[in-house]
Each structure stands twice: as C-alpha cells, then as structure tokens.
Design a protein around this ligand. Structure first.
Ligand SMILES: *Cc1c(COP(=O)(O)O)cnc(C)c1O
Length: 367
C-alpha cells in the first residue's frame, strides 16, 4: 500500500548520514536532533509548541493527562476510527462516548455529536469534558463547526491528526486545530519514521509545560525530581534524525500524493463514490478510500492482479469486544456502519508510477 523501500532508496544517503551523526554523538534519548525536529515541526504546523513522544497513542494520552481528564469524565470521539483514539480515553480512566460519522467526509458528524453531548448531560452520570476529533484518512475534520460545539458546552477540543500531517483547512495546517493536537510517525503515516514516534502540538504554554514533564516520568527540575505521575514517552533521537530528513522532502511528497489522488478521482468518479474534499480543505492522503456496495468483488479482482487494497475499518469501535459492554452506547451509528461495509482503500504513496496508476484505474473501470 505504501512503498517505504522506494522512498528509502531516494533518501538513503541523507538518512544514513543523519543516523551516523547520532551514533557518533551517542545522545540517544532527547538528543539535539529531537529539539531540532520539534522546532521544524512547530514551524511547519504553525503552532508555538511541538513536543515529540514515543507514539501517537501516547500523544493522545499525554493530552488527556495534561487536561486532567479522569474517571467519571466523558470524552466524545468517532466510532469509525482506529482503536487508539478511544483507547487513550480509557487509559486515563474516562469513558469514550462514540459518535456517528459523516457519509461524505468519513469524519465525526457534528449533529450526532451534539445529540450525544445532550444525552450524557441528561443522564447526569458522567461529566462531559472533551472531544477528540479524528482527521480520518488525512482529511481534517470540520473544526470551524467542532470549535463552536466545544465552546457551546465548554469542552476541550483535541485534534487526532495521526493520519493528517500536511492536511489543510484554509491555510491552517492539521495539528493546529483545537486546544491540543496529536500526530503519529508510525512508518505508514504520511510523515513516518522507522519505528514508533508521535508528537503533541499546542499554542498553550501551560499544556506544553505539563506535557514536557509528563513525557519524562512527571519530572520537575529533572527526572529525579518527581512532581506528578507521568509516562516514559520520548521520541528516540535516531527517529528524530530520520524525520528531519523526511520532513525536508515532505512538501514535495505531499504534492505527489495529491496528484495521484486527483488522477484516481478523475478516472473513477463516474463508477465509484470517490472521497469528497470540501472547499478550502486539503487531505494529506494517508489513505485513498472509495465506497462501493460490491466492495468484496472489487477487492478480489484487484488481488487477482496482485494489486493490494485494504479495508479501514471493518468494524466500528462501539462493536469491538473491548467496548461493547459499555451501556452508554445508545444510538444507531447508521452512517459509520454503512462505511464499514462499503469502504476500501487503494495504494497511494508519493512514488507510485503512472503505469501503476493506469493499471489500477483501468482494472477498476473494466470491472
Ligand atoms: C495511527 C493512529 C493512532 C496511533 O498512532 P500510533 O503511533 O500507532 O500509536 C491514533 N489515531 C489514529 C486515527 C491513527 O490512525
């Protein structure tokens, strides 16, 4: 789906050199590359603080800890997302309250969100505290609308930008929305390293200060001065070194991804429900995801020609065994369930050749 080997082939010399520099200086934890990367990330995203950590799941947990989210609190998130979004909520002892999706953008439905907030308020058992919106497949969620809902109910808003680094709404980059935002550098994400990695973004000095402490065992002056319960969640210096080189080519890679997405959409839109990008929005195309009622047939045809395709996601989170017992989960999640039955994703990456694109689209058209 994502050709990491070809990318490495293109960047081999610069990445190898950067790694060698780290091996030479030997500061493997919080070395100079980590802070250099954080500066570049903050500049790219357009926020005051970028704080790297061990992975995108920890990034979410660090945000929830910085906000003081605790048992008895409700945090709203989409049911159609990767499990980590809700897992982080459970890890701090709060309850995830699932919300249905929007059929055309695949992102959290703001109308259902308000319904779920009202329902939690009327039951009077949990305290609504925050919303985690996800920029699914690379497309930023509807933050202008989400911020209004968050303000109306005095909730914190967190952007899970694990899939959307490089995405845009009206010249504002993914990672800059809400009170805090997170991303992941898992190898298959738009900006990936060669292992696990993640980051938190915020303009808020107080949250940034807490997160820098939380990622090093709740340190005060240093890690032997412990003022809160924290985590051990740092980005390895070697991973930061790799990301510094990858970030340099990222703008060009993003352009290439967008070109591939345009080719797919222009050729496939008459036959399939192609992804919708609202006016003023840009996706980072972590996935190129179509909908079709005969998805399984289409995917097996692709497979018979050795073309990979994947379903993200076959199940909603409210249907997963780990969350199914939660008696809170009222509602029908009509749209999210329909999405789990119809979506499938095509290979997309910056180095996909035009003959590969021709091959894929021709097969899909001939079906
Ligand atoms: C990948 C992902 C995460 C978690 O990131 P990791 O680095 O794998 O921990 C969180 N949320 C979403 C939506 C993701 O796709």
């Amino acid at each position: 789906m994502i050709d990491l080997k070809t990318q490495y082939h293109h960047l081999k010399e610069s990445i190898d050199n950067r790694i060698q520099t780290v091996l030479n200086h030997g500061q493997f934890i919080l070395g100079p590359e980590v802070f250099e990367l954080e500066e570049h990330l903050a500049e790219y995203v357009g926020v005051k603080h970028a704080i790297t950590c061990a992975n995108g799941t920890d990034a979410l947990q660090l945000c929830l800890m910085a906000l003081g989210i605790k048992p008895g609190d409700a945090v709203f998130c989409p049911t159609f997302t990767f499990v980590a979004t809700a897992e982080a909520i459970s890890l701090v002892g709060a309850k995830p309250v699932f919300v249905d999706s929007d059929l055309s953008t695949y992102n959290i439905c703001t109308i259902d969100l308000e319904k779920k907030i009202s329902s939690i308020l009327s039951k009077n058992q949990l305290v609504p505290k925050a919303i985690i919106a996800v920029d699914l497949f690379g497309l930023p969620a509807n933050y202008p609308e989400l911020q209004k809902v968050a303000d109306k109910y005095s909730l914190n808003l967190i952007e899970d930008a694990a899939q959307s680094f490089g995405g845009v709404i009206d010249s504002h980059y993914a990672g800059s929305f809400g009170d805090l935002a997170t991303t992941s550098f898992f190898p298959a994400k738009p900006l990936g390293c060669y292992g696990d990695g993640g980051a938190v973004f915020t303009d808020n000095d107080e949250y940034a200060h807490s997160i820098k402490s939380l990622r090093v065992h709740g340190k005060g002056k240093d890690k032997y001065d412990n003022i809160r319960i924290g985590m051990n969640s740092r980005l390895d210096t070697i991973q930061a070194a790799i990301l510094l080189e990858k970030l340099k080519v990222f703008p060009q890679e993003l352009k290439n991804r967008n070109i591939v997405a345009e080719v797919y959409t222009s050729r496939l839109k008459d036959k399939y429900l192609t992804p919708h990008t609202p006016d003023g929005y840009k996706s980072s195309w972590a996935q190129y995801t179509l909908q079709d009622a005969n998805r399984d047939e289409v995917m097996s045809k692709l497979e018979s020609h050795n073309i990979p395709s994947m379903v993200y996601y076959k199940n909603c989170l409210h249907q997963q065994p780990v969350f199914i017992d939660m008696k809170l989960q009222g509602g029908n999640f009509h749209i999210a369930k329909q999405l789990t039955k119809q979506v499938f994703s095509l290979p997309i990456h910056p180095y996909i050749s035009s003959s590969q694109q021709d091959n894929i689209t021709q097969l899909l058209i001939d079906l």
